[in-house]
Structure formats: structure tokens, C-alpha cells
Write a protein that binds this ligand. Structure first.
Ligand code: SF4
Length: 346
């Protein structure tokens, strides 16, 4: 009997970029999607499956800050940008993981929209705490960009003027009056180091400040805790994420102290897809690369990036987690999804 030799297809020998000298890629153990993002991705996938192709689906904002994850749905997903007045009555509306103010839910009701609310439970908890704090008459200071959907959702929980909002990226303005005894809340995806810096500035200005809610999200804590020691030992730092994500930008900009704490500049890159990799940054002195992924970046995108290095014969080392993760997926809005399923059942 003649046995045929297996037909191997080695494909093309990968072209090594000029100057490329990477020996190892270290990947943070705590990285990528959090419970809120996993829940959102699962909900959007179910909606797309249940709703007929020709019916558009609206969202208050890109459901998570990684638009690449929704490219597969083409133009079925329409972004309302927080203003739902133009969303046709009776449409399907996804409220993004960032949450929304109660006024938006009221408007959605008056327009008879079918709402799928994927607000992250951690954001919902902060909204509740803000309401309770304001109800007790305690002044509130909030760190978040004015126009960010999460800030808008938080501000909408309490009467106008009940919250003083400051941009976490700017020093607290000298001429601003900070009420004594205020409670500090923060946007969940702020860089923890910036929150701390701003909290210290605020504390210098008031006798008493409650900053117990300075780090409300486990995923942010974990991703920074894994990223900070990793970046210290590498020659180039890559973050898988989108520029629209606070968390992605914050992880990209983690400070490197250097061996003597002197501050060290290393090349950094924010990438969503393999084609975003700037190979020219891999000069011969770049031997070790550190990789992490923002809380909004699905693992499949990280693996696609890592495969580029594997393809070039580089040893990719996935490090263990430095802190335990919460359940991978938070609870889906099951009742709202079931109602949608019933609506389109044939
Ligand atoms: S980063 Fe934190 S707050 Fe934001 S969606 Fe994920 S778990 Fe929720």
C-alpha cells in the first residue's frame, strides 16, 4: 500500500521588519475585557441574532470603547451620541456600559423605545451612591470629563449644580471653591494615579474630604497593578485598545520609573489590529516588549497582535494574574432581551 506523504503548506516565510531584534514578548496576566464589557458584547451579539437584518439598532454611544468589535455588524448599529431625539419612535435602543441619566430613560419611554440597558453594575452602583450622598446633603466632587457619557449619567442623578465636576487630567483650578466635608466620586475608567493626584490637591484645599470611592472598578485596579511592574522591565510598551478609551490611553501612558527611580522614556504604542503596529518603532535596542490590553479590548484582538510576533518566531510569554479577576461576565439584562426575542419570534 502506498501512503501519500502529508502535504505541508508552510506558507510564506514572514518578512522580518528591518532592525527587528525582539527576543521576548511579555503579556500582562490581568488584561482585556472586564465583566461589564463581556456582558455588553454578549448582549449586542444576542440582539443582532434576534432582530431581523433590515431593522436598525440604535445605541446611546458605542456600547464599549472599542469600535473595532462592532465592525462585523456593518451599519446595523447606529450611534445616537447621547441625544435620542432623532431615534425613530418604537426603535431598539442600547444604553451603553457607561450608563445614562434618568432623563434619557424617560425620553426613551415617551418614544416607546425598546431599551436594552447594558449599564455596567459598577457604574449603576456609583450612580446610586451619588444619589444617596446628595440626598443626605453632602457636597459631591466628581472627577470625569464633562462630556463623557458616564459623567453625564452621574450628573443626571442629582439636581443641577449638586456636583462639582473636574477634569481628572487637569490640576484643580486655584479659584474653585471646594466645599468642606465633600465626598469624592470618580469616573470608573480614570487612571488611578491621576485620581490620587487630584484627591491630594483637593485635600490640601479642604479640612475634610471623603475619598473612599477613589477606585470603584476592580478591572482598572487589576490592569494597572499588572501593567506597572511589567513596563519597568521592557524596552517597548504596547497596549491593545482604542484611542477613544480612557483606560487604553491611561495604560499606554503609565509612567516608567527606571532602576533609580529617575524616570525613563520608552516607545509606546496603542493598537487595535495588527495593521496598526508601527514596525519602524522596533529598533535594534528593542529586545523585550510588554503587552497589555484595555478593559474594552476583547482577547481575540490581543491574540491577533501576539500572533504577529509568534509568526516572526518571537517567544510570547503570558504572565500569571497578579490579582484575582471577578466573574468574567456580569449579569445580562435577561428580561429585556427575552422581550425582544418574543417581539421578533415568528
Ligand atoms: S471597566 Fe469597570 S466600570 Fe467599566 S465596564 Fe468594565 S467593569 Fe464596568
Amino acid at each position: 500500500m502506498v501512503t501519500e506523504s502529508p502535504q505541508f503548506n508552510y506558507g510564506q516565510v514572514p518578512e522580518i521588519p528591518p532592525g527587528f531584534n525582539v527576543q521576548e514578548v511579555f503579556v500582562a496576566g490581568n488584561r482585556g475585557t472586564c465583566g461589564g464589557v463581556e456582558m455588553t458584547l454578549a448582549a449586542v451579539s444576542q440582539i443582532m441574532e434576534v432582530v431581523p437584518q433590515e431593522i436598525p439598532i440604535y445605541a446611546t454611544n458605542t456600547p464599549i470603547n472599542f469600535p473595532q468589535a462592532f465592525e462585523r455588524y456593518g451599519d446595523r448599529l447606529k450611534i445616537a451620541g447621547g441625544n435620542i431625539s432623532d431615534v425613530p419612535d418604537g426603535s431598539i435602543l442600547i444604553v451603553s456600559a457607561h450608563g445614562a441619566p434618568p432623563s434619557l430613560f424617560d425620553e426613551a419611554k415617551s418614544k416607546n423605545l425598546h431599551v436594552i440597558d447594558v449599564t455596567c453594575p459598577i457604574v449603576t452602583e456609583e450612580q446610586k451612591l451619588v444619589r444617596n450622598t446628595a440626598a443626605k446633603g453632602i457636597p459631591i466632587v466628581y472627577l470625569g470629563e464633562e462630556n463623557h457619557p458616564e459623567t453625564i449619567g452621574i450628573k443626571g442623578q442629582v439636581p443641577k449644580g449638586a456636583i462639582k465636576v473636574f477634569d481628572p487630567n487637569e490640576p484643580i483650578p486655584e479659584d474653585e471653591h471646594i466645599p468642606d466635608g465633600a465626598k469624592l466620586f470618580v469616573k470608573t475608567t480614570n487612571d488611578p494615579a491621576r485620581n490620587e493626584l487630584r484627591a491630594n490637591e483637593l485635600k490640601e484645599r479642604v479640612g475634610e474630604l471623603d475619598d473612599t470611592r477613589i477606585l470603584p472598578c476592580y478591572a482598572l485596579k487589576n490592569r494597572y497593578a499588572a501593567g506597572k511592574p511589567l513596563i519597568e522591565g521592557v524596552d517597548l510598551w504596547m497596549v491593545v485598545g482604542d484611542i477613544s478609551s480612557n483606560n487604553a490611553r491611561g495604560l499606554r501612558d503609565i509612567e516608567v520609573k527606571g532602576p533609580a527611580g529617575e524616570g525613563k522614556l520608552i516607545p509606546r504604542m496603542l493598537v487595535g489590529k495588527p495593521q496598526d503596529i508601527d514596525w519602524e518603532m522596533f529598533t535594534p535596542s528593542v529586545r523585550k516588549v510588554g503587552v497589555t490590553a484595555a478593559a474594552s479590548a476583547p482577547e481575540e484582538f490581543t491574540q491577533r497582535i501576539l500572533n504577529e510576533f509568534r509568526r516572526l518566531g518571537v517567544n510570547v510569554i503570558e504572565l500569571p494574574q497578579v490579582l484575582p479577576e471577578m466573574p468574567r461576565t456580569f449579569r445580562l439584562p435577561k428580561e429585556q432581551l427575552e422581550a425582544l426575542r418574543q417581539k421578533y419570534a415568528d
